[in-house]
Design a protein around this ligand. Structure first.
Ligand SMILES: Nc1nc2c(c(=O)[nH]1)N[C@H]1C(S)=C(S)[C@@H](COP(=O)(O)OP(=O)(O)OC[C@H]3O[C@@H](n4cnc5c(N)ncnc54)[C@H](O)[C@@H]3O)O[C@H]1N2
Ligand code: MOO
Length: 387
């Protein structure tokens, strides 16, 4: 008889299993590319600055470089006349001087300048090395390169950056009902691939989206085997639960080993973790919201940990708008939208159904309810991970 029950692996155990499989067969290659092409890539080494920026004390305004001491006690009624100065443009060295008087704050008279207020040393000056110091750590190995990381790299003297080449990942939708454009009754639009593509490309994975394969064990098995020749990791979408057409577990077992079927998370419980020819094969639940969270909270987290990558995910803190109950025994991901009420972030809980993409569309982020918590009271300040 078919077993309709799920065992539920603890989420951290599931992550550890993925991490272990990955480390056993997949090491990340590296490539050196222009920093202009490095958007969304992870740095593959530490970078120390070759430069000091600014390289010397420079003017922060167009004006006259002076020695501030000569202006102490200066007022409107007691102006200072200064002979020893140098005309400087913004960014120019002020060597020999320590402050800059903007052109508009001085009058020029017979080759001397007349000023009406006092200046302090370093006023209107950018100090040597105030932005970047030589030998300073610019970027850490494993950091996701943001726009300003790359600015920093260039300021520090680099035009190219060594980054990790991310693996090739395949997304195989299953189900004969799935089509790109619905033409007849019974068909459904295949859109989970959009979530997969976006989420993984965000981190530089090389994504392959396949045509849906029908619910036929032989065809599914053959397809997975074929994909494993070309891709580093294969994701099979849907058919993960226990319906009569849910064949993913059978297909993976026929080819290799199913290590996990069922993770104690909500949504996303029917997830499958398998190993075929040493490679990772993941069965993602068919519901879009479930799939999103399995990718984000299980797969990507394990992946980043396996290779010491820092994706720099952002979160904010918000007050819970109403009490939130959750099942003990599952780590739950609850979508929220954020409103600003009287200057405070308030998290409004959105629909929790795993098949409704509208809840993700409206969501600004989500709250993680730990596995052993069944209630969070209204008014609690919680971390919201931004989507
Ligand atoms: N008897 C049980 N039934 C279900 C259980 C259970 O424990 N026992 N778990 C439910 C949960 S929780 C989830 S999550 C889903 C997982 O479903 P499957 O992975 O088996 O996926 P399917 O049943 O094949 O598809 C479900 C549904 O998802 C949509 N879908 C699938 N693929 C795509 C795609 N590529 N693009 C867009 N939409 C897709 C489609 O609407 C399917 O109808 O199982 C519950 N059932
Ligand atoms: O695990 Mo399902 O993903 O709860 O909806």
């Amino acid at each position: 008889m078919k077993d309709y029950h799920f065992s539920a692996t603890l989420p951290q155990d599931a992550r550890d299993i993925i991490e272990k499989i990955l480390k056993e067969y997949l090491s990340l290659k590296t490539e050196t590319i222009s920093i202009y092409k490095a958007q969304g890539k992870f740095a593959a080494k530490d970078y120390l600055s070759l430069n000091t920026s600014p390289p010397t004390d420079v003017a922060a305004m167009d004006g006259y470089a002076i020695n501030a001491e000569q202006t102490f006690n200066t007022t409107d009624a007691n102006p200072a006349i200064i002979e020893n100065f140098k005309v400087v443009q913004t960014g120019e060295s002020i060597e020999g001087f320590d402050a800059v008087v903007p052109f508009e704050e001085a009058q020029i008279e017979n080759g001397r300048i007349k000023i009406f207020q006092s200046y302090y040393p370093r006023q209107n000056v950018r100090s040597k090395g105030e932005d970047v110091q030589k030998e300073q750590l610019l970027i850490k190995k494993g950091d996701l390169l943001t726009i300003f990381d790359k600015v920093y790299l260039k300021a520090g003297g680099y035009l190219e950056v060594k980054v990790y080449k991310m693996p090739k990942v395949a997304f195989l939708p299953t189900g004969e009902e799935l089509v790109d454009i619905v033409e007849k009754e019974g068909q459904l639009v295949e859109f989970n691939s959009v979530i997969f593509n976006d989420l993984l490309q965000r981190y530089g994975f090389e994504v392959g989206i396949l045509k849906p394969v029908e619910n036929n064990l032989k065809k599914l098995t053959e397809k997975i085997k074929e994909l494993l020749q070309e891709f580093d990791i294969v994701f099979v979408n849907a058919g993960s639960s226990k319906g009569d057409k849910d064949l993913t577990v059978e297909a993976i077992s026929a080819l290799g080993e199913v290590l996990v079927h069922g993770i104690a998370i909500k949504p996303g419980k029917p997830t499958i973790i398998g190993k075929v020819e040493n490679k990772l094969v993941i069965g993602l639940p068919g519901f879009p919201v479930s799939m999103f969270f399995v990718l984000k909270e299980i797969f990507l987290k394990s992946f980043f940990k396996a290779y010491n990558l820092n994706p720099k995910e952002k979160s904010i803190f918000a007050t819970l708008e109403r009490r939130l109950s959750s099942d003990i025994g599952s780590e739950e991901y609850v979508r929220v939208s954020i409103k600003n009420i009287d200057g405070k972030n308030v998290a409004k809980i959105l629909k929790r159904g795993a098949s409704v993409i509208s809840s993700l569309k409206r969501a600004d982020g989500y709250i993680t309810v730990p596995i052993n918590v069944d209630l969070i009271e209204e008014g609690n300040l919680l971390e919201v991970k931004l989507i």
